[in-house]
Design a protein around this ligand. Structure first.
Ligand SMILES: Cc1ncc(COP(=O)(O)O)c(C=O)c1O
Length: 315
């Protein structure tokens, strides 16, 4: 998006607004595909920017939706249900019952707690269907279930006709720049998978991995992405686990194709600094700035992830 084009568009549209460049989005997915192992599949985490779900649907294998709102957007766009990964720490029972009972292809569901497992199974039984599940392994926080709980499910599901254990989902935070940390996490998964295979005869049929790739929202955050992705590919290819891997990506797909445009409507200075008053929200910028330090030091994502994630710039 050139500056001239942007100014041209602004003659027809009022601020604040988002502008998305579909060609950049296509190029972005192509770049990720070319940089990552060819066997890796891509899942778009819709929370990163629900506006892009429609355009991305044909470019990626899956769409991860973690809230009823995101799901509604995907449904309204008529996106194929078999691509949906229904995740989220809270799965509303009525909505789950409705989804599971639907005729036709099934969504894939993550399991984030033992109560969720019981709920999903119960609805599968009620609908007389087999439900495909990804068990979310916790990375040591409030998300997902422990390896012991997963073993409990393995034991319980041995011959359960209503449950299909598709594999493991693992996401341990966003904006992760540390390759050492990624390596540690992949080694941890390898060790667990080997242990489960030995003790339970269960090798996860697939792994859905959210690597939380970093995104340089500001010029000073720039890094050598090509080298970074090459290292990531190498780590993935060297995993002992050789089953299918789907990379669950949000920001690193969405961020570069969007521009957030807001107008400076007033300026003032006082002893505390110089201020520009904008006609749009500042949270997009504030997230990128004040949250960045925490995020880069490996804490989990903010409590309220921004609903729309674009390259943030004010003009
Ligand atoms: C479960 C899950 N998967 C994937 C993502 C996407 O992360 P990112 O935007 O860092 O790629 C998130 C982000 O919060 C998430 O919670």
């Amino acid at each position: 998006m050139t500056e001239e084009r942007l100014l041209e568009i602004l003659k027809q549209c009022s601020t604040p607004l988002y502008l998305f460049d579909e060609e950049s989005l296509h190029r972005r997915v192509e770049l990720l595909r070319n940089s990552l192992p060819s066997s890796a599949r891509l899942c778009y985490a819709v929370k990163a920017n629900p506006f892009l779900a429609g355009e991305l649907s044909s470019l990626v294998e899956r769409l991860e939706s973690c809230s009823p709102g995101e799901l509604r957007i995907c449904q309204r766009l008529g996106l194929p249900r078999e691509k949906f990964v229904i995740s989220g720490v809270y799965k509303e029972p009525g909505l789950m019952a409705q989804l599971i009972a639907q005729q036709g292809p099934s969504c894939l569901y993550t399991v984030e707690s033992m109560a969720q497992f019981a709920l999903l199974r119960q609805e599968a039984v009620a609908a007389r269907k087999q439900i495909p599940l990804l068990l979310r392994l916790t990375s040591g926080n409030q998300f997902g279930i422990t390896s012991q709980e997963i073993e409990g499910i393995l034991e319980q599901c041995r011959n359960d006709p209503f449950v299909e254990l598709r594999g493991i989902q693992y996401f341990s935070g966003t904006q992760k720049t540390s390759l050492k940390r990624l390596k540690r996490e992949l080694n941890h998964l390898d060790a667990l998978f080997q242990d489960w295979e030995k003790r339970w005869g269960f090798l996860p049929p697939e792994l859905e991995l959210g690597p939380g790739f970093p995104v340089a929202y500001f010029p000073e955050d720039q890094f050598d992405e090509a080298a970074f992705l090459q290292e990531v590919s190498c780590l993935l290819e060297h995993m002992a686990y050789q089953g299918p891997i789907t990379l669950e990506l949000g920001r690193s797909i969405a961020a570069s194709c969007g521009t957030y445009v807001t107008r400076v409507v007033d300026v003032k200075s006082n002893a505390t600094g110089n201020y520009a008053i904008l006609d749009g929200g500042i949270h997009h910028v504030a997230y990128g700035r004040s949250g960045a330090e925490d995020l880069f030091h490996g804490t989990e994502f903010p409590l309220y992830p921004p609903r729309a994630e674009g390259g943030c710039r004010s003009v």
